[in-house]
Design a protein around this ligand. Structure first.
Ligand code: HEC
Ligand code: HEC
Ligand code: HEC
Ligand code: HEC
Ligand code: HEC
Ligand code: HEC
Ligand code: HEC
Ligand code: HEC
Length: 493
């Protein structure tokens, strides 16, 4: 076992060194390491704070005082950047309206912010976040069926983002706006909304560094990062030592400006040692944890900044190759980061506060939980479900049968919870609310429902083929030496 593992690891490493590293090492260094503070806004001061924008404030300080106060106290307000600098539009914009003699738009898209914040816009543009609305369009229409359009607008879209639509008069359609979903598709075609994390109209970076900025969306059954973080030692220290986090500082480097605890931002976006801050939260993740079976992924970067997560089981493209991008068009490959490289970037963050052996061993424990989940539950359950659809034992309509809910929750709820718990150090979510529930539901709901749906013969055949033969399930045949079911100390053990 160990030998095979080590061998394949060496293969991956030597492959990475041989094929990927020499050609793209410099590009990868750019990807992970070189966005520096020197790159701040380059737009000339003479281009903002224009006279025409000052009337907006006089009036809005009366009509929407709270909003105007937030702007006034913001960095933007303090440097004299006003309402019109963000809200101005040109007459041929779809969402342009004439308001008090000026052409403005209510929606201020990432592209509008990107006029000045080029670096952040370019990083955000190709990220998983930016694609969060695009991916749900055809992925799980069944969830729209269980819910309905009202809950798409009030639920999914608030986190993932809508496609913002206009009514005939150029005003915004209430079925699609407001929301500050992370991958919102804007009237100008750009994706995302910078105000997902940077609440308006303060647009502060200190506020966005707080875990609360992420928790609004990253909570609940399938992405319980809020709950996991709060239950981890990191969350424990953050709660107790928040006043030592120095979040208002201009520079915010792990281990330098703060060391009490990492926040979500520290690990997924923040500056740590040679690893520089990024607005692409997916870069440092090796796995995909919210899938029926987890797989590690390459990150393919195209020359226009688009990105693709490519499963490790597929051959990575060479630099310069043509490849289909997530939007279906062809793109030219600029760089490929291997899963190991992505993991290294994440580990480099840990090393600002922990030792090497600690970080390595932690990652081994985490990877082992993912593999346990995959092999013991994820892969067998997936294979059985595929066979049941193939044999027409389940209708092709999703979510109209109890087994479909059982299977869905197995990977999407408790299965994801277990993997997120192991990734971010909450033992409760890894075990009690994680693998323990996966196991309970697998043995006492999933398998019995499979037998019911498939009929006795096919049911036993499928379970025999995919479950009974696995080492991981042999315990079912072996009486326990100690049986704790009646409680410890009852004499039963
Ligand atoms: C004479 C006062 C006045 C001036 C000047 C003014 N506004 Fe307004 N604005 C209002 C009022 C009142 C509303 C609310 C109208 C309503 O109920 O929707 C509003 C609404 C808005 C909205 C929301 C539009 C929507 O989607 O419904 C935006 C954005 C806005 N103003 C921006 C600006 C900007 C930018 C300027 C400067 C170019 C500006 N305003 C100048 C009074 C003013
Ligand atoms: C740094 C850019 C920026 C500046 C400066 C700015 N806004 Fe906004 N504003 C936004 C963004 C982003 C939104 C969110 C709209 C969306 O895309 O959904 C917004 C939304 C709004 C809305 C509609 C949402 C709501 O909460 O009612 C109004 C009204 C508005 N702004 C008015 C103003 C006024 C008045 C000023 C000046 C005092 C101003 N804005 C300055 C970026 C800006
Ligand atoms: C016309 C140029 C311009 C536009 C448009 C603009 N900004 Fe800014 N922004 C600036 C400048 C200049 C600074 C100050 C930079 C510095 O710290 O030296 C700034 C600072 C910031 C900061 C840092 C605030 C802090 O706490 O230090 C954030 C966050 C930010 N902007 C977000 C946005 C977002 C989001 C948008 C779009 C809704 C936007 N900006 C639109 C010019 C702009
Ligand atoms: C509370 C915010 C929230 C709501 C509401 C929500 N999601 Fe999500 N969704 C997320 C987050 C966060 C993730 C990322 C999970 C991860 O990668 O750990 C996600 C992941 C997903 C994924 C998987 C993406 C992938 O990486 O493969 C799909 C598909 C999805 N959501 C669809 C939906 C649909 C459809 C709805 C509405 C019926 C919905 N979501 C409602 C926050 C939300
Ligand atoms: C996922 C949450 C999130 C989103 C979405 C987001 N930001 Fe940020 N942003 C942050 C965090 C966190 C920081 C502070 C990072 C740090 O200190 O390392 C930050 C910092 C910034 C800064 C200050 C950079 C500096 O060096 O001072 C600017 C400017 C900025 N963001 C602009 C934007 C723009 C423009 C967008 C949209 C294209 C955007 N942000 C979208 C979380 C976000
Ligand atoms: C407005 C909702 C929203 C906010 C705010 C938000 N996220 Fe997300 N995030 C999502 C959704 C939805 C996804 C799933 C996107 C997908 O799979 O395409 C996601 C995905 C992710 C992922 C998974 C990337 C991957 O590799 O698949 C990470 C990590 C992440 N977010 C971190 C953060 C952090 C850190 C913050 C706060 C600074 C944050 N998010 C704020 C909605 C949000
Ligand atoms: C100590 C560092 C650390 C902190 C703090 C942290 N994370 Fe993570 N996160 C990780 C690691 C490590 C992984 C797994 C990476 C991999 O796949 O290799 C992960 C995975 C994730 C994923 C899963 C992406 C996927 O593959 O589906 C999301 C979403 C996420 N984190 C969001 C958050 C949010 C939101 C917070 C704060 C509430 C947070 N993280 C806090 C280190 C951290
Ligand atoms: C900003 C500093 C900082 C960073 C960065 C950081 N940690 Fe931590 N970590 C801490 C602190 C402080 C503790 C609490 C130590 C204690 O209380 O004994 C801790 C505790 C832990 C624990 C619990 C250990 C125990 O004794 O139970 C784990 C596991 C952990 N960290 C993993 C990681 C991983 C993995 C990363 C990188 C993805 C990381 N940490 C990044 C500061 C950090």
């Amino acid at each position: 076992m160990t030998l095979i593992k080590e061998q394949s690891l060496t293969e991956i490493n030597s492959f990475t060194h041989r094929v990927i590293f020499p050609t793209v090492l410099r590009l990868l260094l750019i990807l992970f390491c070189t966005f520096s503070h020197a790159d701040k806004v380059k737009v000339d001061k003479s281009e903002w704070g224009l006279e025409a924008g000052k009337a907006c404030i006089t009036c809005h300080a009366k009509t929407s005082k709270g909003l105007a106060t937030q702007w006034e106290e913001s960095k933007h307000g303090q440097i004299g950047l006003n309402c019109l600098d963000c809200h101005r539009a040109s007459e041929d914009d779809d969402d342009a309206i004439t308001h008090e003699g000026e052409v403005i738009a209510t929606v201020v898209s990432p592209k509008d912010c990107g006029r000045c914040h080029v670096t952040e816009y370019n990083q955000q543009k190709g990220s998983v976040h930016a694609n969060a609305a695009a991916i749900i369009k055809n992925r799980i229409p069944a969830l729209e069926n269980v819910g309905g359009p009202a809950i798409v607008a009030g639920g999914c879209d608030q986190c993932h983002g809508s496609t913002v639509k206009l009514r005939g008069d150029g005003t915004l359609d209430p079925a699609t706006w407001p929301n500050s979903g992370i991958g919102r598709i804007n009237p100008d075609g750009s994706k995302g909304s910078c105000t997902s994390c940077h609440g308006r109209h303060r647009f502060s970076k200190a506020q966005a560094r707080d875990p609360a900025a992420c928790m609004r969306c990253h909570s609940g059954p399938d992405s319980p990062d809020k709950e996991v973080y709060e239950a981890s030692k990191h969350g424990m220290h953050f709660a107790a030592e928040r006043d030592k986090m120095n979040m208002d500082n201009d520079l915010w480097r792990a281990g330098i400006e703060y060391s009490a605890a990492p926040t979500c931002v520290t690990c997924h976006m923040g500056t740590a040692g040679k690893i520089k801050s990024t607005h692409d939260v997916g870069m440092r993740n090796a796995w995909k944890l919210n899938t029926p079976v987890s797989e590690k992924h390459y990150l393919v970067v195209f020359d226009n900044g688009d990105k693709l997560n490519l499963p490790e089981s597929q051959d990575p493209p060479n630099r310069g190759a043509s490849m289909t991008k997530p939007d279906g068009t062809l793109g030219k490959v600029k760089a490929v980061a291997s899963p190991e490289r992505r993991r290294q970037a994440m580990k480099a963050v840990c090393l600002e506060c922990h030792g090497k052996a600690f970080a390595n061993n932690f990652m081994t424990q985490f990877d082992n939980v993912v593999r346990l989940y995959n092999r013991k539950f994820g892969e067998p359950a997936q294979a059985i479900m595929k066979a049941l659809y193939r044999e027409k034992k389940l209708t092709p309509v999703a979510f109209d049968e109890p087994l479909e809910f059982t299977y869905w929750e197995l990977w999407h709820d408790e299965g994801s919870r277990a993997r997120h718990g192991a990734a971010m150090a909450s033992p409760n979510h890894a075990w009690w609310e994680g693998i323990y529930e996966v196991g309970r539901n697998f043995y006492t709901k999933f398998l019995p429902q499979v037998r019911e749906v498939a009929g006795k013969e096919l049911g036993e055949e499928l379970i025999g083929q995919h479950v009974s033969g696995l080492d991981e399930h042999q315990w079912l045949q072996q009486p326990n030496k100690a049986n704790p079911i009646l409680g410890y100390g009852s004499g039963a053990e």
